[in-house]
Design a protein around this ligand. Structure first.
Ligand code: BGP
Length: 492
């Protein structure tokens, strides 16, 4: 039994990490544009005491590499051809919300922004790749945060609906796979970027992230659940042939108890719920779960809700569950869990032997992807779509101008082997998208040095480079895997 016949093979990027052109053709800044890496505790925001509000204040000493990205905005044709050259039958990217509604609250969309995505989507289709489109990959327009407080403000639901209707109508019959909010379950750890929430009148005027209140976060959570349900409903009304899925970082599903101490077993389970299922449950089962309501009760942070919207959530659950998986973690009740773009970080797992190179050191756990797929399928009984998995390496061209990257090939092969095991277990897996098939700016650290691509991009942390693209050796291996629909991996 091999991979399913219509398996979706491809790769994924995000507008804010590759497009560049951050203020071109009418686009205004979004939240990632003011950060050098979303893991930064110090975004480019300053409190204006006269106006009593936050405003953008970029730091002239910092390099905001995402402002130019890899210039995908102007080079997407060449890049998509390279992707098609590997045999991709689909390609994931996001629409930058701020290209369509620059401030987020306009009545009319920006035609120039739409024109860019018209061409981009058309090119994917011409090259035989299904577009998989994320509606917001950490890309809330900045104005919505500084003016309205972001997603904790109920009016964002209407702004979102306007945006979603615009793109659903425009790309009807062209885009079959939509994803709502990228890794939105990171919002409790990263309310500003993943949750798009900013407290408007903070206690600590020097700390826009740390001063976000629990109340605002949970109100943002509820409003996003409503917005997700609206997205599903609108898609059914506008384009019956398209499907809406959620997108969660699901490395956290593989949070293993450090040992069989019952406190660790339950603690690991609870950590998974509070890092992952707390969004998965309303998105897929239509219910705000009891363990979330308990937090609201005990911390006095219950959001304002209404019965009609709760019914909307109930009746409009997603058609599939998409997720990223990079690594696993362990839970030990004496140690707190931290996290970054790869997932949660707990005590080192002595059973894992590899990790990605320093300074990132992400543990490598291919068996974890089988575990995650099984857990998610057992809980939600929905088709599962792996829309991010990959390894970041610090790479340079060798003397012959080439890059040999056996670590990347090994990483993919091993993960796909366990994806296949999950398929044998009976899990419905729609496809596998490698994260970063072309080098892009890192989400977590904002650097170029952390390269995921099968295609190298000549750009460096100091902003220099020709932007020339070069094929790495792993390109040919991934091509072979796709050409044989994964059979080449099963021959071993
Ligand atoms: C995910 C994000 C991506 C991506 C990836 C790798 O969290 O959805 O945007 O970049 O992680 O993370 P990083 O770029 O920090 O290595």
């Amino acid at each position: 039994m091999s991979f399913p016949k219509k398996f979706l093979w491809g790769g994924a990027v995000a507008a804010n990490q590759c497009e560049g052109a951050w203020l071109e053709d009418g686009k205004a800044p979004n939240i990632t544009d003011i950060m050098v890496g979303i893991g930064s505790k110090d975004p480019g925001l300053k409190w204006n005491e006269d106006l009593k509000k936050w405003e953008m204040a970029l730091d002239s000493h910092k390099k905001y590499l995402s402002h130019e990205g890899i210039d995908f905005y102007h080079r997407y044709k060449e890049d998509l051809e390279l992707m098609a050259g590997m045999g991709f039958n689909c390609f994931r990217t996001s629409i930058a919300w701020g290209r369509i509604f620059p401030n987020g609250d306009e009545e009319q969309p920006n035609e120039a922004g739409l024109a860019f995505y018209d061409e981009l989507i058309e090119t994917m289709l011409e090259l035989g790749m299904e577009p998989v489109i994320t509606l917001s990959h950490y890309e809330t327009p900045l104005h919505l945060l500084t003016e309205y407080g972001g997603w904790s403000n109920h009016c964002l639901i209407d702004f979102w609906k306007r945006y979603v209707i615009t793109v659903f109508e425009r790309y009807k019959g062209k885009v079959k796979y939509w994803l709502t909010f990228n890794e939105v379950n990171n919002m409790m750890r990263n309310p500003l970027v993943a949750g798009g929430v900013l407290t408007l009148n903070p206690e600590d005027k020097n700390d826009p992230i740390g001063s976000t209140t629990e109340k605002d976060k949970w109100q943002g959570y509820y409003n996003i659940c409503v917005a997700n349900a609206w997205t599903v409903k609108l898609c059914k009304e506008i384009d019956v042939n398209a499907k809406v899925g959620c997108m969660l970082t699901s490395s956290s599903v593989a949070t293993y108890p450090y040992n069989c101490d019952p406190d660790n077993v339950f603690g690991a389970y609870d950590a998974t719920r509070m890092a992952n299922f707390y969004f998965g449950d309303p998105f897929c089962l239509g219910e705000i779960p009891g363990y979330v309501k308990r937090v609201w009760r005990e911390h006095d942070c219950e959001p304002q809700m209404n019965a009609e919207e709760l019914r909307l959530i109930k009746e409009n659950t997603v058609s599939y569950f998409s997720f990223s998986y990079y690594r696993s973690s362990t839970y030990d009740h004496g140690n707190s869990l931290s996290g970054d773009t790869g997932g949660l970080i707990g005590k080192e797992n002595p059973y894992l032997t590899g990790c990605s190179p320093e300074p990132w050191c992400w543990p490598i756990d291919p068996k974890g992807i089988r575990y995650v797929l099984n857990v998610l399928y057992d809980r939600y009984h929905l088709p599962l779509f792996i829309v991010e998995n990959g390894i970041g390496l610090d790479e340079n061209l060798d003397d012959n101008g080439k890059i040999d990257d056996p670590e990347r090939m090994k990483y993919i092969e091993e993960h796909l082997k366990y994806v296949h095991e999950a398929i044998l277990d009976g899990v419905d897996v729609m496809g596998y998208l490698y994260w970063g098939p072309i080098d892009v700016v890192s989400a977590g650290t904002g650097e170029m040095k952390k390269r995921y691509g099968f295609v190298y991009v000549d750009r460096f942390n100091d902003g220099t480079g020709t932007l020339e693209r070069k094929i790495k050796n792993s390109y040919y291996r991934y091509k072979e895997i796709i050409e044989t629909n994964g059979d080449i991996l099963l021959e071993k």
